[in-house]
Design a protein around this ligand. Structure first.
Ligand code: NAP
Length: 285
């Protein structure tokens, strides 16, 4: 049990909405497991309140924490420094202090890579990756995979312009990236060309039958490794179809855990207690 007192160090996540965030659950379980006199809270911050909120973090001695939707990009001008990864991705999910300056980092891509390498150690030998979506999570994953040496990417996104932007970014990192149309033919071709398929869109999170991805079960083949960033439901229709065709699959829960562990180590300076954090997530998801 955490007992808050006058010396307790405070960490926070900023976002809006914030009620659904699993960060307080995961990080307070970590503090408790390590016996740290720290507490982690969720702060509802609208875009229009962001400048004031970051100043508040600085003035009131908040020790670090996280940033979530819709502030991951917007917070950048208010920070003192950015890591190389956050700069390339163009979004921040982690805040930490170093030598009196407030830094922004992005651990989504590194968390994703760690989760994947544990499940599939030869991941980087696959010929390429299909990214369904080109939002913040796709950028984080694409950048980290490209920095880790993955050479080929196919990007399919509803808004083609954003897919093209991501393709240019990945090419600037030495990869080859092509863009396909967000309709059946485009996605089907992309399925046949790639062995790592990653859904980074929220499609499949709600009312799966109506809002699922526009894909067909027979496009999968058993050589493919199929990942969905969604963790609630634990098995989306996308993963169900892949499994039926014999593919190895992974949902977003381990990415959530590893991005959280990497963030925890950044802002607390302690080794993250994996079991306590994983158990806390298991209880809440
Ligand atoms: P984001 O920046 O808002 O990007 C959303 C992406 O999904 C965009 O490419 C968007 O396409 C596409 N999209 C949204 N609604 C769509 C629809 N109805 N039809 C087609 N495409 C649609 O969000 P994000 O931060 O990348 O997050 C994306 C997903 O990843 C969310 O489900 C989030 O919960 C999950 N996530 C999971 C983890 C984890 O640890 N497991 C971490 C980060 C994110 P347009 O460009 O056309 O709008």
């Amino acid at each position: 049990m955490i007992s808050v007192n006058g010396n307790t160090r405070v960490f926070a996540v900023l976002g809006d909405p914030i009620e659904q965030s699993l960060s307080p659950v995961m990080y307070n379980a970590a503090f408790s497991a390590l016996g740290m006199d720290c507490v982690y809270i969720a702060l509802k911050v609208k875009k229009s309140q962001l400048a004031e909120a970051v100043q508040g973090l600085k003035d009131k001695g908040i020790q670090g924490g996280n940033v979530t939707m819709p502030l991951k990009r917007e917070i950048i001008p208010y920070l003192d420094e950015l890591t190389k990864e956050a700069h390339l991705i163009g979004a921040v999910n982690t805040l930490y202090w170093h030598e009196g300056r407030l830094w922004g980092d992005n651990t989504d891509g590194t968390g994703f890579l760690k989760a994947l390498l544990i499940t599939k150690p030869d991941l980087l030998k696959l010929n390429g990756a299909l990214l369904l979506g080109a939002g913040g999570a796709a950028r984080a994953i694409g950048v980290i995979l490209a920095l880790a040496g993955m050479k080929n990417f196919t990007i399919v996104n509803r808004t083609r312009e954003k897919a093209k932007e991501l393709a240019s970014l990945l090419e600037s990192l030495g990869a080859i990236a092509s863009v396909r149309e967000w309709q059946s033919e485009g996605i089907k071709d992309a399925f046949y060309e790639n062995r790592l398929l990653i859904n980074t869109t929220p499609l499949g999170m709600h009312s799966q039958e109506k809002e699922g991805l526009p894909i067909v079960e027979k496009w999968f083949n058993k050589e493919q490794f199929v990942v969905d960033l969604i963790y609630k439901p634990r098995e989306t229709l996308f993963l169900q179809k892949a499994k039926l065709r014999g593919c190895q699959t992974l949902n977003g829960l381990s990415m959530l855990l590893y991005q959280g562990m990497i963030a925890f180590e950044k802002w607390s300076g302690q080794k993250a207690p994996q079991e306590a954090m994983a158990n806390a997530l298991e209880r809440w998801v």
